[in-house]
Design a protein around this ligand. Structure first.
Ligand SMILES: [Zn+2]
Length: 190
């Protein structure tokens, strides 16, 4: 298992619901946690905030969310199984997003700033989560993955919304016409 990147078709599939939380599912979650942290070791300026199962090639409705998105030394994640957005509203806000499966590209993505999500925890408990701002954005980004949607899809025609990271860790605008618009590898349209 490894983290898959565009144009891998598994990133574009609709994932299936988890019917039973068994050892197979717990193994997938353990792999997601481990791979998120392995990725982070190789990316000194970035924090691995979350991951969806399709990103390791498993089309099941599972996501993991970092419990503390500020402090890299706190490396625990909560797994959410069959997460569903019940409500997304509040002001639409713009902020940077990146994705382990879309290497080197960042985007300024509009998202609802308030969400309510229903999901199951690993022990089967059903929970409802109310989130705002960064956590709301992360939940929307990850749940999109379960439907085959990537953050770049939300800004596809917006020339000014794409960025890359330089070797100092700063985000700088990327050449849209040459690097983004017709990049079939990025869009998965080979
Ligand atoms: Zn992502």
């Amino acid at each position: 298992m490894k983290i898959i990147t565009t144009p891998d078709k598994r990133l574009r599939e609709k994932s299936e619901k988890v019917r039973e939380i068994n050892d197979e599912i717990r193994d997938i979650i353990a792999n997601m946690r481990r791979m998120s942290l392995d990725w982070e070791k190789e990316h000194p300026y970035e924090l691995s905030a979350a991951m969806a199962a399709p990103q390791i090639g498993v089309n099941k409705r599972i996501i993991i969310i970092r419990d503390d998105m500020e402090d890299k030394s706190r490396a625990t994640f909560t797994a959410l199984i069959n997460p569903e957005i019940i409500r997304a509203d509040g002001k639409t806000k713009l902020d940077y997003e990146g994705c382990l499966s879309v290497p080197s590209i960042y985007g300024m993505v509009p998202r609802a700033s308030k969400v309510k999500v229903k999901a199951k925890l690993e022990d089967g408990t059903e929970v409802r989560i109310k989130a705002t701002d960064e956590l709301a954005r992360t939940l929307l980004h990850e749940i999109d993955h379960l439907d085959g949607v990537l953050f770049i899809d939300h800004i596809r025609d917006n020339k000014d919304a794409f960025y890359k990271m330089n070797d100092k860790g700063d985000l700088i605008p990327v050449d849209y016409d040459n690097k983004i618009a017709h990049n079939s590898k990025l869009w998965g349209e080979e």
